[in-house]
Design a protein around this ligand. Structure first.
Ligand code: AMP
Ligand code: GLY
Length: 425
């Protein structure tokens, strides 16, 4: 099988790495890929991931058997539709199904209609009524830009002033452009968060191992929100009973509901959950694998990822036997100094081979090649991943790998998996 992976971050490196282990896969291409992915894939330059026509043309010319779409933007941009319409198999939801991530108001409307537990909410198209509602409800309260805002369109406001400022910023100042012409205002939920990703062919759902992300930049969950500074899997907060509740009350009804709506959802569905006193409630849906959740979930998958993805595309997921490792995995993200604010690029990275020799896997996120060596080129630069029998062992192993790597300004959290370690102590 020939596979094309769309994207070039840590998630896509992990996807390509796992797909390359399949005996069924002869060749992997990546658009655009990255220097880490280049070890397992041929990286194609000069095609934008937003250019559906050129991607379709490349896939046809290269006789691709399956395209795996990593990021949300090409999914909401209809890349899967464009590929399937020309007879090319594509893993990921079509545009109308990717709306579950692309429009928060659509996702909330679906949850209301199909009685899926989530925070109480209201949708507003004008700033004045949004502000009036905020005043009526009081703080804490959560303000969300409706559309895609690269993870930055959500404000958990602790005071009324913050909430009003968030409405103004999103709706009046249009800080997220068109994504903010509508807002969702919700009740602030309390609990521990966990991510549950699932494979689905539109009918059958197979949950993956649960995981937990660390969204804040600094130790102790302080500082600004980021794309994710580290992850671990499984998440001890997600007991087998809670996973079962999430499957029965969230995953099954949303997938069935999407089918009823004529928007059959296939690919990977990511449920961001808050584990509240009343059980799991949905914080958000994403139409793709999580980043950096993928970096800890896929190393624990024992089965053939290419076969599973093909089954998701072909509607035969029920026939797959999906097996997970009993162990645990931890990912520590190494970021550029200053991230998620301004940061420098182009600093040489040292110690990549030493980290691998220490038994960790190093997934590239924001790297580039310059004069034959690997340099930094993004905010999140690398994900250092270790797999072990327990989370504690995986944490120690991951940080041993981190200790081998160095670049100017390198910044990372030293407390990845602290909640899991506290819970298990
Ligand atoms: P999202 O982009 O929807 O994942 O939101 C980003 C983060 O905001 C989440 O990971 C939560 O930590 C927080 N958040 C979002 N919605 C709520 C809510 N209703 N209650 C409490 N926290 C929330
Ligand atoms: N790590 C959070 C996300 O992928 O959305």
């Amino acid at each position: 099988m020939k596979i094309l992976v769309i994207g070039g971050g840590g998630r896509e490196h992990t996807l390509a790495w796992k797909l390359a282990q399949s005996p069924k896969v002869d060749k992997i291409y990546a658009i655009p890929g990255n220097p880490g992915m280049a070890k397992v894939a041929e990286c194609i330059e000069g095609i934008s991931i937003d250019d559906n026509d050129r991607i379709v043309e490349f896939a046809k010319q290269s006789a691709i058997d399956m395209v795996v779409v990593g990021p949300e933007a090409p999914l909401t941009n209809g890349l899967v539709d464009a590929l399937e319409n020309t007879g090319i198999r594509a893993f990921g939801p079509r545009r109308d199904a990717a709306e579950l991530e692309g429009s928060k108001s659509f996702a909330k409307m679906m949850m209301e209609k199909y009685q899926i537990p989530t925070a109480k909410f209201k949708v507003f198209n004008d700033a004045e009524s949004a502000r009036a509602y905020v005043r009526e409800e009081g703080a804490p309260i959560v303000i969300k830009a409706d559309g895609l805002a690269a993870g930055k369109g959500v404000v958990v406001a602790q005071t009324l002033e913050e909430a009003i400022a968030a409405v103004d910023n999103i709706m009046e100042d249009k800080s997220f452009g068109a994504a903010g012409s509508r807002v969702v205002i919700e009740e602030c939920m309390v609990g521990e968060e966990a991510s549950l990703l699932a494979f689905t062919d539109g009918e059958t759902i197979v949950p993956m191992i649960s995981s937990q992300d660390h969204k804040r930049a600094y130790d102790g969950d302080k500082g600004p929100n980021t794309g994710g500074m580290g992850t671990y899997a499984p998440a001890p907060v997600m007991t087998p009973d809670l996973v079962n509740q999430a499957v029965e009350k969230v995953l099954k009804p949303i997938i069935a509901g999407m089918k009823t709506e004529g928007r059959t959802y296939k690919g990977c569905l990511y449920a961001g959950l808050m584990i509240t006193e009343d059980g799991p409630k949905v914080v958000e849906f994403n139409a793709r694998f999580g980043d950096p959740e993928t970096q800890v979930v896929l190393p624990l998958l024992k089965s053939d990822l290419a076969e599973i993805m093909q089954a998701c595309c072909d509607g035969t997921l029920a026939q797959q036997n999906i097996v997970w490792s009993e162990g645990a995995a931890v990912c520590v993200v190494l970021a550029s100094g200053g991230y998620p604010g301004k940061y420098e690029k182009g600093h040489p990275i040292k110690g990549l081979d030493d980290a691998e020799a220490a038994g960790t896997m190093v997934f590239h996120a924001g790297t580039a090649e310059k004069d034959g060596s690997v340099v930094t080129s993004g905010g999140r630069v690398l994900g250092v991943v270790a797999e072990a029998a327990s989370i504690k062992e995986a944490v120690d192993k991951a940080y041993a790998g981190v200790g081998k790597i160095n670049f100017q300004g390198m910044q990372y959290r030293k407390d990845i998996a602290h909640r899991a370690l506290e819970r298990m102590a």
